[in-house]
Design a protein around this ligand. Structure first.
Ligand SMILES: [Zn+2]
Length: 222
Protein backbone atom coordinates (compact mmCIF):
# COMPACT_ATOMS: atom_id res chain seq x y z
CA UNK A 1 0.00 0.00 0.00
CA UNK A 2 1.51 3.35 -0.94
CA UNK A 3 1.49 6.30 1.40
CA UNK A 4 -1.42 8.12 -0.31
CA UNK A 5 -3.60 5.05 -0.20
CA UNK A 6 -2.78 4.55 3.49
CA UNK A 7 -3.76 8.17 4.16
CA UNK A 8 -7.02 7.73 2.25
CA UNK A 9 -7.86 4.62 4.29
CA UNK A 10 -7.09 6.40 7.53
CA UNK A 11 -9.35 9.33 6.54
CA UNK A 12 -12.10 6.88 5.67
CA UNK A 13 -11.85 5.21 9.06
CA UNK A 14 -11.88 8.55 10.83
CA UNK A 15 -14.93 9.74 8.89
CA UNK A 16 -16.69 6.45 9.58
CA UNK A 17 -15.93 6.51 13.29
CA UNK A 18 -17.05 10.15 13.59
CA UNK A 19 -20.33 9.27 11.88
CA UNK A 20 -20.84 6.46 14.36
CA UNK A 21 -20.64 8.87 17.29
CA UNK A 22 -22.87 11.63 15.93
CA UNK A 23 -26.21 9.95 15.44
CA UNK A 24 -28.62 11.79 13.16
CA UNK A 25 -31.77 13.03 14.87
CA UNK A 26 -34.73 11.32 13.29
CA UNK A 27 -38.32 10.45 14.07
CA UNK A 28 -40.59 7.92 12.44
CA UNK A 29 -44.26 8.60 11.80
CA UNK A 30 -46.56 6.07 13.46
CA UNK A 31 -49.82 7.98 13.60
CA UNK A 32 -52.64 7.17 16.01
CA UNK A 33 -56.16 7.55 14.64
CA UNK A 34 -57.06 11.21 14.32
CA UNK A 35 -60.52 10.98 12.79
CA UNK A 36 -63.45 13.38 13.02
CA UNK A 37 -64.49 11.83 16.34
CA UNK A 38 -61.07 12.41 17.94
CA UNK A 39 -61.02 15.94 16.55
CA UNK A 40 -64.48 16.76 17.95
CA UNK A 41 -63.71 15.15 21.34
CA UNK A 42 -60.48 17.19 21.47
CA UNK A 43 -62.34 20.45 20.72
CA UNK A 44 -64.88 19.52 23.40
CA UNK A 45 -62.08 18.71 25.89
CA UNK A 46 -60.49 22.11 25.19
CA UNK A 47 -63.83 23.81 25.92
CA UNK A 48 -65.15 21.77 28.86
CA UNK A 49 -61.92 20.95 30.70
CA UNK A 50 -59.58 23.84 29.80
CA UNK A 51 -62.27 26.50 29.24
CA UNK A 52 -60.80 27.30 25.81
CA UNK A 53 -63.20 27.76 22.90
CA UNK A 54 -61.66 27.17 19.46
CA UNK A 55 -62.71 25.34 16.33
CA UNK A 56 -59.46 23.45 15.75
CA UNK A 57 -57.93 20.63 17.80
CA UNK A 58 -54.56 22.34 17.97
CA UNK A 59 -52.15 23.59 20.61
CA UNK A 60 -49.55 26.32 20.95
CA UNK A 61 -46.65 24.45 22.58
CA UNK A 62 -45.07 26.13 25.61
CA UNK A 63 -44.14 23.04 27.55
CA UNK A 64 -42.93 19.46 27.14
CA UNK A 65 -44.24 16.81 29.53
CA UNK A 66 -42.27 13.56 29.84
CA UNK A 67 -44.01 10.31 30.75
CA UNK A 68 -43.59 6.58 30.95
CA UNK A 69 -46.29 4.37 29.55
CA UNK A 70 -46.39 1.76 32.38
CA UNK A 71 -46.91 -0.67 29.48
CA UNK A 72 -44.03 -3.04 28.62
CA UNK A 73 -43.85 -2.83 24.81
CA UNK A 74 -44.05 -0.24 22.06
CA UNK A 75 -46.87 -1.98 20.22
CA UNK A 76 -49.02 -2.37 23.34
CA UNK A 77 -48.36 1.27 24.25
CA UNK A 78 -49.33 2.41 20.74
CA UNK A 79 -52.46 0.19 20.81
CA UNK A 80 -53.55 1.80 24.10
CA UNK A 81 -53.37 5.30 22.58
CA UNK A 82 -54.53 4.49 19.06
CA UNK A 83 -58.37 4.48 19.41
CA UNK A 84 -60.10 7.87 19.54
CA UNK A 85 -62.33 6.92 22.45
CA UNK A 86 -61.13 5.95 25.92
CA UNK A 87 -61.47 2.20 26.55
CA UNK A 88 -64.04 1.22 29.19
CA UNK A 89 -61.31 0.10 31.63
CA UNK A 90 -60.27 3.66 32.46
CA UNK A 91 -63.42 4.67 34.31
CA UNK A 92 -61.52 6.96 36.72
CA UNK A 93 -60.84 9.56 34.05
CA UNK A 94 -63.74 8.70 31.70
CA UNK A 95 -66.10 10.99 33.65
CA UNK A 96 -64.00 13.99 32.64
CA UNK A 97 -64.07 13.15 28.93
CA UNK A 98 -64.34 10.10 26.71
CA UNK A 99 -61.41 11.31 24.58
CA UNK A 100 -58.65 8.70 24.68
CA UNK A 101 -55.22 9.55 26.04
CA UNK A 102 -52.31 10.02 23.65
CA UNK A 103 -48.99 11.82 23.32
CA UNK A 104 -47.44 13.42 20.27
CA UNK A 105 -44.31 11.25 20.68
CA UNK A 106 -43.61 7.68 21.80
CA UNK A 107 -40.03 6.61 22.53
CA UNK A 108 -39.13 2.92 22.45
CA UNK A 109 -36.63 1.37 24.86
CA UNK A 110 -33.89 1.46 22.21
CA UNK A 111 -34.34 5.22 21.84
CA UNK A 112 -36.24 5.12 18.55
CA UNK A 113 -38.65 8.07 18.38
CA UNK A 114 -42.13 7.70 16.88
CA UNK A 115 -44.39 10.67 16.09
CA UNK A 116 -47.98 9.65 16.81
CA UNK A 117 -49.61 13.01 16.14
CA UNK A 118 -48.56 16.29 14.53
CA UNK A 119 -46.60 18.30 17.09
CA UNK A 120 -49.29 20.96 17.33
CA UNK A 121 -52.26 18.56 17.43
CA UNK A 122 -54.16 18.33 20.72
CA UNK A 123 -53.42 15.26 22.85
CA UNK A 124 -54.80 14.28 26.25
CA UNK A 125 -51.86 13.39 28.51
CA UNK A 126 -51.70 15.87 31.39
CA UNK A 127 -54.57 17.43 33.35
CA UNK A 128 -54.74 21.22 33.13
CA UNK A 129 -51.92 21.63 30.60
CA UNK A 130 -52.76 19.65 27.43
CA UNK A 131 -53.62 22.83 25.52
CA UNK A 132 -50.00 24.02 25.71
CA UNK A 133 -48.02 20.80 26.24
CA UNK A 134 -46.31 18.37 23.90
CA UNK A 135 -46.34 14.90 25.44
CA UNK A 136 -43.47 12.42 25.20
CA UNK A 137 -44.33 8.88 26.30
CA UNK A 138 -41.47 6.48 27.00
CA UNK A 139 -42.03 2.73 26.92
CA UNK A 140 -41.29 1.56 30.46
CA UNK A 141 -42.38 1.93 34.05
CA UNK A 142 -41.45 1.24 37.67
CA UNK A 143 -40.64 -2.38 36.76
CA UNK A 144 -38.63 -1.42 33.65
CA UNK A 145 -36.84 1.86 34.37
CA UNK A 146 -36.17 4.11 31.39
CA UNK A 147 -32.97 3.36 29.48
CA UNK A 148 -29.93 5.48 28.65
CA UNK A 149 -31.02 5.31 24.99
CA UNK A 150 -34.36 6.86 26.00
CA UNK A 151 -32.50 9.55 27.95
CA UNK A 152 -30.48 10.37 24.79
CA UNK A 153 -33.67 10.40 22.68
CA UNK A 154 -35.58 12.63 25.10
CA UNK A 155 -32.69 15.09 25.18
CA UNK A 156 -32.49 15.16 21.36
CA UNK A 157 -36.27 15.60 21.10
CA UNK A 158 -36.30 18.47 23.59
CA UNK A 159 -33.46 20.20 21.69
CA UNK A 160 -35.35 19.75 18.40
CA UNK A 161 -38.66 21.05 19.82
CA UNK A 162 -37.01 24.00 21.59
CA UNK A 163 -35.66 25.18 18.22
CA UNK A 164 -39.15 25.03 16.65
CA UNK A 165 -41.40 26.32 19.42
CA UNK A 166 -41.27 28.75 22.35
CA UNK A 167 -40.78 25.99 24.93
CA UNK A 168 -40.57 27.51 28.41
CA UNK A 169 -40.94 24.42 30.61
CA UNK A 170 -39.94 20.76 30.62
CA UNK A 171 -41.58 18.75 33.39
CA UNK A 172 -42.19 15.16 34.39
CA UNK A 173 -45.83 14.11 34.51
CA UNK A 174 -45.44 13.58 38.28
CA UNK A 175 -44.68 17.31 38.62
CA UNK A 176 -47.79 18.69 36.90
CA UNK A 177 -49.66 19.49 40.12
CA UNK A 178 -46.99 22.11 40.92
CA UNK A 179 -48.73 24.24 38.24
CA UNK A 180 -52.03 24.44 40.15
CA UNK A 181 -52.61 28.17 40.69
CA UNK A 182 -50.16 29.09 37.91
CA UNK A 183 -51.66 31.05 34.96
CA UNK A 184 -50.82 28.17 32.58
CA UNK A 185 -52.90 25.63 34.54
CA UNK A 186 -56.40 25.57 33.09
CA UNK A 187 -58.84 22.97 34.44
CA UNK A 188 -62.45 23.93 35.12
CA UNK A 189 -62.96 21.36 37.92
CA UNK A 190 -60.46 21.81 40.79
CA UNK A 191 -61.31 18.31 42.01
CA UNK A 192 -60.29 16.65 38.74
CA UNK A 193 -56.76 15.63 39.70
CA UNK A 194 -54.86 12.36 39.52
CA UNK A 195 -51.63 11.51 41.34
CA UNK A 196 -48.82 10.50 38.98
CA UNK A 197 -45.37 9.02 39.58
CA UNK A 198 -44.01 8.97 36.01
CA UNK A 199 -41.25 9.31 34.95
CA UNK A 200 -39.83 10.07 38.42
CA UNK A 201 -37.22 12.43 39.86
CA UNK A 202 -34.23 10.29 38.86
CA UNK A 203 -35.03 10.55 35.14
CA UNK A 204 -35.94 14.25 35.38
CA UNK A 205 -32.72 15.07 37.25
CA UNK A 206 -30.69 13.39 34.51
CA UNK A 207 -32.60 15.21 31.75
CA UNK A 208 -32.22 18.59 33.48
CA UNK A 209 -28.49 18.06 33.86
CA UNK A 210 -28.28 17.41 30.09
CA UNK A 211 -30.36 20.41 28.99
CA UNK A 212 -29.20 23.01 31.47
CA UNK A 213 -27.69 25.07 28.63
CA UNK A 214 -31.18 25.52 27.10
CA UNK A 215 -32.54 27.86 29.80
CA UNK A 216 -35.79 25.91 30.19
CA UNK A 217 -37.74 26.05 33.46
CA UNK A 218 -38.98 23.03 35.39
CA UNK A 219 -41.67 22.40 38.01
CA UNK A 220 -43.01 25.42 39.87
CA UNK A 221 -41.38 25.79 43.29
CA UNK A 222 -43.90 26.83 45.93
ZN1 LIG B 1 -47.87 10.10 32.38
Amino acid sequence: MNFNLKLLCLCGILLFSNAAFTQTFRTFNKPVVFDEERKQLSIEYLKVRHGIVQDSATIVPKMIVLHWTAIPTLEQSFDAMNPSVLPGARKGIAGASSLNVAAQFLVDRDGMIFRQLPETAFARHVIGLNYCAIGVENVGGSNALLTDAQLDANEALIRYLKKKYKIEYVIGHHEYQSFIGHPLFKETDPNYLTVKSDPGDEFMNKIRERIKDLDIKGAIKK
